[in-house]
Design a protein around this ligand. Structure first.
Ligand code: SF4
Length: 220
């Protein structure tokens, strides 16, 4: 996707002005010989992070799970109680449901996809992270995406979409749509519901399945 198409697509979802940060577009391709090692080094660099207030409510920083060779990066909101205890994203009820749907609809195992969150620390009472907390944590996610270089980033819920696209949005309005990733327009950003929302609203499961089918087509 070219720069003009990128700007047009971002304008459609309400970006009045877009700032292209240094190295964001047209940057030199980074050779990634050992993504796993790079991710481990990256995590080690912020596992004691205290950049935002969420460090007070966590047991540990929760990084990612799955394959760094995955064509898709699933991005959720933040760790919950079980994730905080185990140090892995999406291991609670919503995570098990996501695993099941990835397998049933996309024919992929959890170990074959890359799963992470916008915020790496558990918010108190599992509240939604604030825009300031999302912004504070985003550089860590951006670096992960730079290392993994997926074809598609699948945002699970509006908080993930806000983190990736930098814009507040309603998932019900933008689900199933594709946007360019502002920091690398060759990567597609796709939005759907958070699995926890489907568990609370089973009537939306059909739309969620429809979205995962589309995601499967996007990753080829
Ligand atoms: S949520 Fe992110 S920015 Fe905030 S303390 Fe945890 S790792 Fe640091």
């Amino acid at each position: 996707m070219g720069i003009e198409e990128t700007l047009k697509a971002l304008e459609e979802i309400g970006f009045g002005e877009v700032y292209i940060t240094e190295g964001a577009v047209g940057r030199k391709k980074v050779e990634v010989k050992d993504k796993k090692r790079l991710l481990e080094e990256h995590f080690a660099s912020f596992k004691d992070c205290v950049k935002c207030p969420l460090h007070r409510s966590r047991s540990q920083v929760v990084f990612s799970d799955g394959s760094p060779e995955s064509p898709v990066v699933f991005v959720g909101e933040a760790p919950g109680e079980e994730e905080d205890a185990q140090g892995k994203p999406f291991v609670g009820r919503a995570g098990r449901y996501l695993n099941q749907k990835i397998s049933e609809v996309m024919g992929m195992k959890r170990e074959e996809v890359y799963i992470t969150n916008v915020c790496k620390c558990r918010p108190p009472e599992n509240r939604k992270p604030t825009p300031q907390e999302i912004r504070a944590c985003f550089p860590y996610l951006r670096k992960e995406i730079e290392i993994v270089k997926p074809k598609v980033i699948c945002c699970l819920g509006s908080t993930a979409g806000e983190g990736i696209l930098g814009k507040t949005m309603s998932v019900t309005k933008v689900r199933g749509k594709v946007f360019p990733y502002p920091y690398d327009p060759k990567i597609k950003v796709f939005l759907t519901y958070h699995p926890a929302y489907i568990l609370r609203n089973p009537k939306a499961e059909g739309e969620f399945v429809e979205d995962l089918k589309k995601l499967k087509e996007l990753i080829g």
